[in-house]
Design a protein around this ligand. Structure first.
Ligand code: SF4
Ligand code: SF4
Length: 278
């Protein structure tokens, strides 16, 4: 199964290297300098081989071009480069490097191979700098919609014979910054899984989701429980992750009790059933 870090022989991501970076750092802002550095790191590695050397500042000596042409950049110490041997212990953040996995990468891992290929086709011609930039790589946003929504959208695209770009033209909510994929994927999952008419634009889905969101906000069961009423962090409760994210990020439920979530879930499912019925 492919990983978002290296989804094809031509694509690689190095956005989370090195692990300690300034906030909002983007490699694309320093492309010319980094390209020189990556070439030098590759040459040094090929000439002298691996050796123990800590990271200096925000620059890691093991981050270099993986090919002669300088198309792919990545970790020269990664097991995939060294016959399965992980050499990242040679820098002082090795364990942190091995643990690193962003939310988009975790969602990508849970997609089927066919669905992975579909979404990756959106950025198939990117080089490593474009692929590793959160500004230019739309997958860092799109993948946050999570497997249930992304698999459903892929199925729709296959049924309609749409390319991934055509799907994005028809379902504009996917990239619309007005929607927060983590907070709102629950609403869209309900809409997409329902029998509500889909049409050739996302007007119906979006309108229904807005109406559902408004109705939930106006319902008394959606009032955030107080700290005294509930001693548990909402994300720790045994419910679907997308529902808990909606409660936390849209409704502001930082803490919740099992009973309150169960009650609100029943209210929402009833509302969705009435609204999304054809
Ligand atoms: S930012 Fe995500 S996709 Fe990119 S290398 Fe890190 S974990 Fe992989
Ligand atoms: S050792 Fe490899 S994974 Fe860790 S920061 Fe350096 S290039 Fe990135």
């Amino acid at each position: 199964m492919a990983s978002l870090c290296s989804p094809s022989p031509l694509l690689s991501c190095f956005a989370c290297c090195p692990p300690i970076r300034p906030r909002n750092y983007d490699h694309l802002d320093h492309e010319a300098i980094l390209k020189r550095e990556f070439r030098a790191n590759r040459l040094d590695y090929l000439r002298n081989g691996p050796m123990f050397r800590p990271i200096v500042g925000f620059s890691c000596w093991a981050l270099g071009f993986l090919d002669e042409e300088g198309r792919r950049a990545g970790c020269l110490l990664h097991p995939s480069r060294n016959g399965g041997q992980d050499l990242r212990f040679l820098i002082d953040y090795g364990e942190k490097c091995a643990r690193e996995s962003c939310r988009a990468a975790k969602a990508f891992e849970r997609l089927s191979a066919e669905v992975q290929d579909f979404w990756i086709s959106l950025v198939g011609d990117f080089d490593s700098f474009l692929f590793s930039s959160r500004r230019t790589n739309p997958l860092f946003h799109i993948l946050l919609w999570g497997p249930p929504v992304l698999e459903r959208l892929h199925r729709e695209a296959m049924d309609e014979n749409w390319s991934v770009r055509e799907l994005l033209r028809r379902r504009t909510f996917i990239t619309d910054p007005a929607w927060n994929p983590i907070a709102h994927r629950f609403l869209f999952r309900l809409a997409l899984e329902s029998d509500a008419p889909k049409g050739h634009t996302c007007w119906v889905d979006e309108t229904l989701c807005r109406i559902l969101q408004d109705r939930i906000h106006n319902h008394s069961a959606a009032r955030p429980p107080s700290r005294e009423e509930s001693a548990v962090f909402t994300h720790l409760l045994p419910f679907e992750g997308d529902l808990l994210d909606f409660l936390r990020l849209d409704l502001g439920w930082e803490f919740a009790g099992y009973g309150a979530v169960r009650q609100l879930e029943a209210v929402i499912m009833e509302m969705a059933g009435l609204l999304f019925r054809t």
